[in-house]
Design a protein around this ligand. Structure first.
Ligand code: FAD
Length: 385
């Protein structure tokens, strides 16, 4: 039987980031049932936003990850199209103004470089937006990255450090003896190991079940439209205040717009616009209906009329791993020694991938350097569903 110091399950942005960090010191296997980055991490937007996170711990965590991004391309020795070009949250109408003023004040207090722009300043900076826009919040520290390149870059860098990356290999069981992990069963044989990291994103609850560990993570579907290639049309990434309302709503009830639609707008280096998005609980069903797709398009055109005559070339859907309180679980399971969970990053996995790799490395090496960041991410925290 093959042996590994650690087996990482899941080849999304989280699993590859973990494999990269761990393979510096350990013999790591990364097991992915399909292709690297082919699930949520390949069906998402590209924003590394600080201002969209809640004040307090979520901002602290996002800042720690954002700092790692500063030197990540150098570390990974490749471009991942990381850009520090700021982010804007458009205030669609006066109805959102009071809540967005509060939003900006809270983030200023949390030490984020964010300011309120009036409608003239918004239009001067983003001429494609509607003249009806009431204003916007602007954060110079917000950034963006190409998630496809990022996930591949983590995997490549892990491989260079000696990680064994197995694609088209499904984990079918976690092998435990006397309350300890002893290996994993895959569709291509067994691997003996005393450390398993469950980084299976929206599927992580199934892996946890194999180890007899309770984990509630639900897939929260999101759809994104992709346009034809265009000349540069926007500056940085754009969200809207309705997006913030949908993001921070706990579920499908309450003050959530239909289909959880809120604008997210970003442009790739190759010129395609990514226009998002929606938030729905539909299990693992990827068949997004025309009502949702047209809802996203209409909402986007209302905010950015410049999009009216732009052609959509395709759409994609992914499953945000939803924990209920907007934070991932990064913790050792108490029930089974050697079983670590790093999943549930909901709509922030791209922003949080770099720090998640560091947190898991700290857990595996039994260090106490990240205790302040790990404590709120415990599996048994009260706020998790
Ligand atoms: C529409 C949309 C827009 C988003 N926009 C942003 C954004 O702008 N910024 C941001 O920070 N985040 C964003 N996100 C969130 C981000 O995409 C996710 O948080 C992140 O991709 C989750 O990564 P992951 O590695 O945990 O999951 P995944 O990428 O889903 O990876 C999990 C992997 O585990 C594998 N797996 C599952 N079961 C098994 C098994 N039994 N054996 C082997 N392998 C298995 C799967 O095949 C999969 O590849 C967005 C998400 C969506 C859906």
């Amino acid at each position: 039987m093959e042996t590994a110091d650690a087996v990482v399950i899941g080849g999304g942005v989280i699993g590859t980031s973990i494999a990269y960090r761990l393979s510096e010191y350990r013999k790591v296997f990364l097991i992915e049932q399909g292709e690297i980055g082919a699930q949520t991490s390949g069906s998402c937007d590209k924003a590394i936003f600080l201002q969209s996170k809640k004040p307090g711990f979520p901002i602290k965590l996002a800042k720690a990850s954002r700092e790692i991004y500063e030197n990540l391309e150098g570390e990974l020795d490749t471009s991942v199209e990381f850009k520090k070009n700021g982010g804007m949250i458009v205030i669609e109408s006066e109805a959102y103004m009071d809540s967005m003023k509060k939003f900006v004040k809270e983030r200023e207090k949390a030490g984020i470089d964010v300011k309120l722009l009036d409608h003239k300043e918004v239009r001067a900076w983003q001429p494609g937006l509607s003249s009806d826009i009431a204003g916007a919040s602007w954060c110079a520290e917000d950034a963006e990255v190409n998630p496809l390149l990022l996930t591949q870059a983590f995997a490549q860098a892990a491989r260079r450090r000696g990680a064994d990356i197995r694609t088209h290999t499904e984990v079918t069981d976690i092998l435990c003896e006397r309350g300890k992990v002893v290996g994993v069963q895959t569709t291509h044989g067994r691997i003996a190991t005393e450390t398993v990291i469950n980084a299976a994103g929206p599927f992580a609850f199934r892996i946890a079940e194999m180890a007899g560990v309770g984990l509630t993570i639900m897939p929260r579907r999101g759809a994104v439209l992709i346009t034809e290639k265009l000349d540069p049309l926007i500056h940085g990434n754009i969200l809207c205040s309705q997006y913030i309302a949908a993001k921070h709503a706990a579920g499908d009830t309450g003050n959530v717009p239909p289909y959880g639609i809120g604008l997210s707008l970003g442009q790739t280096d190759s010129g395609n616009l990514l226009i998002g998005g929606s938030r729905e609980f539909k299990g693992f069903d990827k068949s997004v209906g025309p009502d949702v797709l047209s809802g996203i398009a209409k909402h986007a055109v209302r905010i950015a009329p410049v999009l009216k005559d732009v052609n959509i070339i395709r759409s994609m859907a992914g499953f945000r791993p939803f924990t209920g309180d907007g934070l991932p679980v990064v913790d050792k399971a108490k029930e089974v020694e050697g079983f670590i969970i790093a999943a549930g990053h909901e709509g922030d996995g791209i922003a949080l991938a770099p720090i998640t790799g560091q947190l898991v490395a700290s857990l595996v090496e039994n260090k106490d350097d990240y205790n302040d960041l790990l404590k709120p991410l415990r599996l048994d925290r009260p706020q998790a569903v």
